[in-house]
Design a protein around this ligand. Structure first.
Ligand SMILES: Nc1nc2c(ncn2[C@@H]2O[C@H](COP(=O)(O)OP(=O)(O)OP(=O)(O)O)[C@@H](O)[C@H]2O)c(=O)[nH]1
Length: 403
């Protein structure tokens, strides 16, 4: 929590509610509006469809004063992408009116919190709007549905499969959206607690703590949250929020603590400077250890010796994608082009004389992880000493081809 200057205090605070479809955002919003203790609130409700049902629900259930307060509907798009410019303008207008004490925003269920937060922290050169001069992003809240979470987290379905996509080109998987929402927030509300047992709640909270170690976790039923927990919290800090995901925290730890037993979660970094054999790696990915809830990092695969491969797993979903060329794979001319010098380019602390920056670095987060077993099985997918000396191009590579 930061201490605010007088100037910061004059800016209008903003809270953003995110969370997958049906998690309970509108229910929470209405509860908070009904218990706002005299605050004059402007509400922005974003809905992907043309008919803004949530706005209707807030109009009917939020008890906003028609004269002093305001409900702005932003429909037919998502404030994190297609309606981002409209959000900028709308918030600027509301802030300049100077008649509200607070702005509360309900994002669409398929919205990602990070781009919304960026809208408040970066100057928009094109429109000449700098929201950070007028507003103070106070709190990013993510709402999770305790009853449906595992079902959504363990599905391979995309938003498109569920007819919930934001349009052409939206190929996001449901679990990756959920993960993005959980990994970027200050307060995590586990709602619909009335629908699950205490045991299930413990398990869910433990896993969420692994994905998001920094956020305050609050359990609610029917959205009954103390407004103080999400209004004027002074919790938001862009840098901290950007680094708050469990996998980033684990990567940034100076000294590794193997078992973070506080919440029954453990995490570790698998680090090797030997490449994977593509066939054995694929086999390993196919027999994924169930207890790993989240994993992320980069991989060095022998048959793709110039290209780092980015890896992201959440629930049952696993994605491999190109992460760019290894610096060590660049020609002298490319190094001059990118870094201005053939010899003077950034070298990681664990730069290897023979292999340069090539490395596999994977963060594993899970509940009841058997670190030794996972490490041993991953090691079996690395090249053997004999394979290291052979021609790597001859290995069969069944991994997905990238464009
Ligand atoms: N049993 C139970 N039902 C809840 C709870 N919170 C919300 N609901 C119900 O869940 C449904 C969805 O709640 P909303 O508040 O509309 O969820 P939302 O996140 O705003 O949904 P979208 O706007 O579609 O993304 C509604 O029928 C609510 O009445 C809860 O804690 N327990």
């Amino acid at each position: 929590m930061s201490v605010l200057t007088k100037e910061e205090e004059r800016k209008i605070p903003v809270t953003v509610l995110s969370g997958y479809l049906g998690a309970g955002k509108t229910t929470i919003l209405n509860h908070v509006l009904n218990n706002r203790e005299g605050l004059k609130v402007a509400v922005i409700v974003n809905d992907l469809s043309e008919v803004n049902i949530d706005a209707e629900l807030v109009r009917d259930g939020g008890g906003l004063s028609r004269t002093d307060e305001k409900l702005v509907e932003m429909s037919n798009g998502c404030i994190c992408c297609t309606l981002r410019d409209d959000l900028l303008q709308e918030v600027e207008r509301l802030a300049r009116e100077k008649r509200f004490d607070y702005i509360l925003i309900e994002s669409t269920g398929i919205g990602e919190p990070l781009p919304v937060a960026q809208t408040f922290t970066y100057v928009d050169e094109e429109q000449g709007i700098d929201l950070s001069q007028l507003t103070r992003l106070d709190c990013m809240v993510t709402v999770v549905d305790a009853y449906h979470f595992w079902q959504d987290f363990n599905t391979r379905e995309t938003l498109r499969d569920r007819n919930q996509d934001a349009g052409e080109g939206d190929t996001r998987g449901v679990v990756h959206l959920l993960t993005d929402q959980v990994e970027f927030c200050d307060v995590l509300i586990i709602n619909k607690c009335d629908m699950v047992s205490e045991d299930e709640l413990e398990k869910l909270e433990t896993a969420l703590r692994g994905l998001q170690p920094r956020a305050r976790i609050i359990r609610t039923s029917h959205g009954i949250v103390d407004p103080k927990d999400i209004l004027n919290t002074h919790l938001f800090d862009f840098e901290e929020a950007s680094r708050s995901a469990g996998w980033i925290q684990e990567l940034q730890k100076d000294h590794h603590t193997p078992e973070t037993e506080e919440y029954g979660i453990s995490s570790f970094v698998y680090l090797r400077k030997i490449p994977f054999h593509p066939e054995r790696l694929l086999r390993w990915l196919g027999s994924w250890p169930k207890e790993v809830v989240r994993s992320k990092g980069i991989m060095w695969v022998a048959t793709r010796n110039s290209m780092a491969i980015s890896f992201s797993q959440a629930g049952v979903s696993r994605q491999l994608s190109p992460a760019g060329l290894w610096v060590a794979a660049l020609t002298a001319e490319e190094k001059r082009l990118y870094f201005g010098s053939e010899h003077d380019f950034p070298k990681s602390p664990d730069w290897d004389d023979e292999w340069g920056d090539r490395v596999t670095k994977l963060v594993m987060i899970g509940v009841g992880l058997d670190r030794e077993k996972i490490t041993r099985s991953l090691d079996e997918a690395l090249l053997t000493e004999a394979e290291m000396r052979s021609n790597w191009r001859l290995f069969n590579d069944p991994l997905p081809k990238f464009q």
